[in-house]
Design a protein around this ligand. Structure first.
Ligand code: AMP
Ligand code: MN
Ligand code: MN
Ligand code: MN
Length: 311
């Protein structure tokens, strides 16, 4: 029994490995009925994704994942049910994207200092959308060159704080990112809060600042959370009166912990971010046939085949 809702995924418009069409087809094949495409800082894949979703008979939620700097750390805000044609959102995303080129040059200069030449050209060779150059593309270059065995290991040895190829960067702030999302009619979701490596005090301060800036939901079930973190963030969602979201954060086979359509259920104490969405009608998600009571809900073991061992 697949999970029918997946509200976080990436295509080649950002750092995913599948085109928007291929991503949507894979989601449909995996049993997903409602998919959000949430490329980093760009909405250029949504038209293609929507057209394919219509052909495949699934619902496509307009999404985006905006890069934010909070207290000198990079954090992500997912926007769901945004209007991708809304001017201030488009302008804001264009400004965030523009800064990526300059940042990539600095990353390459740092790698050069560590003895790794040609990474700027090498990273762009992996970026289908040159306006959206990301660390994932540098990671793929480092793997291609045989410098690191896989992309997971890259993010332990390179491109992260204290390691070669790391640079600080000033992205949007919470007020900007959440403002663009909400003004376009969307809902702002704090992405994978368990991933930021924050202690309890900082985590509470992050969630409080997010909420204060207008954030309305938090990811509880996501590919980068452990089963314990599903519970932890379900509790934070309740404590902070935030809606709960769920999404695989799928980038491609071999680069993701969780596949499309293989998400464990949200803990029952959560109020889902989609509680009042028309996309969740029986027509789309087939609640009757997908009734959770009798059916086995996917768990982490369903994703075992996807996890590429790193050690
Ligand atoms: P950027 O937006 O350029 O900073 O790149 C961030 C992207 O790198 C994330 O969206 C992930 O796709 C990828 N990434 C970051 N950390 C890791 C990690 N530990 N393992 C795998 N991918 C990662
Ligand atoms: Mn990514
Ligand atoms: Mn993210
Ligand atoms: Mn993501």
């Amino acid at each position: 029994m697949p999970s029918v809702i997946d509200l976080h995924s990436h295509s080649t418009i950002s750092d995913g490995l599948l085109s928007p069409s291929d991503l949507v087809r894979r989601a449909a094949d995996q049993g997903v009925k409602v998919l959000a495409l949430t490329d980093h800082d760009d909405v250029a894949g949504l038209d293609e994704a929507r057209a394919t979703a219509a052909e495949a008979g699934i619902a496509l939620v307009n999404g985006v994942e905006i890069s934010v700097t909070w207290n000198k750390r990079g954090v992500h805000v997912v926007g769901l049910r945004i209007d991708p044609s809304y001017g201030p959102l488009r302008d804001g995303l264009a400004a965030v994207r523009a800064s990526r080129g300059e940042r990539a040059a600095r990353i390459a200069a740092e790698l050069e200092k560590a003895g790794i030449a040609g990474s700027l050209e090498g990273a762009y060779a992996h970026a289908a959308n040159p306006n959206l150059i990301s660390r994932s593309h540098f990671a793929r270059f480092l793997v291609e060159k045989g410098i690191v065995k896989d992309t997971r290991t890259v993010f332990k040895k390179y491109l992260v704080k204290g390691k070669p190829g790391y640079v600080e960067h000033c992205w949007a702030d919470f007020a900007e990112a959440i403002g663009w999302i909400r003004a376009s009619g969307g809902i702002a979701v704090l992405a994978h809060p368990g991933r930021y490596d924050l202690g309890r005090t900082n985590l509470i301060s992050l969630i409080a600042d997010f909420k204060e800036a207008g954030g309305e939901a938090i990811e509880v079930v996501t590919g980068s959370h452990t089963a314990e973190q599903f519970i932890q963030f379900a509790n934070y969602a309740r404590e902070f009166d935030l809606l709960a979201s769920t999404g695989s954060d799928f980038h491609g086979v071999g680069e993701s912990y969780m596949d499309l359509g293989r998400l464990p259920a949200l803990p029952s104490i959560c109020k889902p971010v989609w509680h009042d969405w028309p996309e969740m009608s029986a027509e789309h998600v087939g609640w009757k046939s997908a009734a959770p009571s009798a059916a086995r809900v996917p768990d982490l073991a369903d994703n075992a085949a996807l996890i590429r061992p790193t050690d």
